[in-house]
Design a protein around this ligand. Structure first.
Ligand SMILES: Nc1ncnc2c1ncn2[C@@H]1O[C@H](COP(=O)(O)OP(=O)(O)OP(=O)(O)O)[C@@H](O)[C@H]1O
Ligand SMILES: [Mg+2]
Length: 231
């Protein structure tokens, strides 16, 4: 079986003043459909860069990202935007909900962008809000919600359009330990139950317990890491 996500030789450098800093030096990665891969690495090692390249927000200097049958790196910027909208769900550390839209409207937006019929979209959103335990907050604005509640909305938003691949960048990074645990349990429950494929950047040991595979980004390369290792 071929992987849902195939990354080959991903290379990315950034200019630091006059100097070129090579952040990724040929990253290879395969993620099977329905699996959860956790990505660890110290600050500045390039974890967010990897996610942004996979999600088509950024372009590599060399290498290839293939998702299902699409060579994402070969798409134009506009094609990448459309591909992302349709097939990828993003969860960020800072939730990134739109403050001027209610919870329900935040969740409807990805569906509107994908031209889903409004009635069907409303039902989908209602179901998902119930699944994340926030059915009664549909009309609230994000700033009225706690951090954990906002992250639950963000997870719902990342799933609402049934993406092939969910990318999460330190989704529990700003939450206290208990709330972080609840958010992770939600990830596990919602994503696993739906057979979603998840690539997760994290510092949390609990996330790595939830993952099928744990990889570390170091010196521009990905390394496998034994899950049993206590750290
Ligand atoms: N657009 C950019 N322009 C210049 N340098 C960048 C850019 N994006 C990232 N970098 C640099 O690339 C390196 C990797 O950044 P990245 O954000 O991927 O790290 P990270 O592993 O996600 O770190 P953190 O754990 O702190 O989020 C850093 O040195 C950063 O300064
Ligand atoms: Mg980062």
């Amino acid at each position: 079986m071929s992987a849902l996500l195939e990354v080959r030789g991903l290379t990315r450098a950034f200019l630091e003043g006059e100097r070129k800093r090579v952040v990724l030096q040929g990253v290879d990665l395969d993620v099977e459909a329905g699996s959860c891969v956790a990505l660890l690495g110290r600050s500045g090692s390039g974890k967010s860069t990897v996610l942004n390249l996979i999600g088509g927000i950024d372009r590599p200097d060399a290498g290839q990202v293939r998702i299902a049958d699409t060579d994402v790196t070969a798409l134009s910027e506009r094609e990448r935007t459309l591909f992302r909208r349709r097939h990828i769900g993003f969860v960020y550390q800072a939730y990134n909900l739109i403050p001027t839209l209610t919870v329900e409207e935040n969740l409807l937006l990805p569906l509107e962008l994908n031209a889903r019929p409004p009635d069907q979209a409303k039902d989908t959103v209602a179901d998902l809000l119930a699944a994340v335990g926030l059915a009664d907050r549909a009309a609230a604005f994000p700033d009225r919600l706690s951090g954990g509640e906002q992250q639950r909305v963000a997870i719902a938003r990342a799933l609402v359009h049934e993406p092939m691949l969910v990318l999460a960048d330190e989704p529990t990074g700003t939450l206290d330990a208990d709330t972080g645990r609840q958010v992770l349990a939600l990830f596990d429950r919602l994503l696993r139950a739906r057979g979603k494929t998840l690539l997760l950047v994290t510092h949390s040991r609990e996330v790595t317990r939830l993952a099928d595979r744990v990889l570390t980004l170091e010196d521009g390369h990905l390394h496998s890491r034994a899950k049993e290792v206590v750290w």
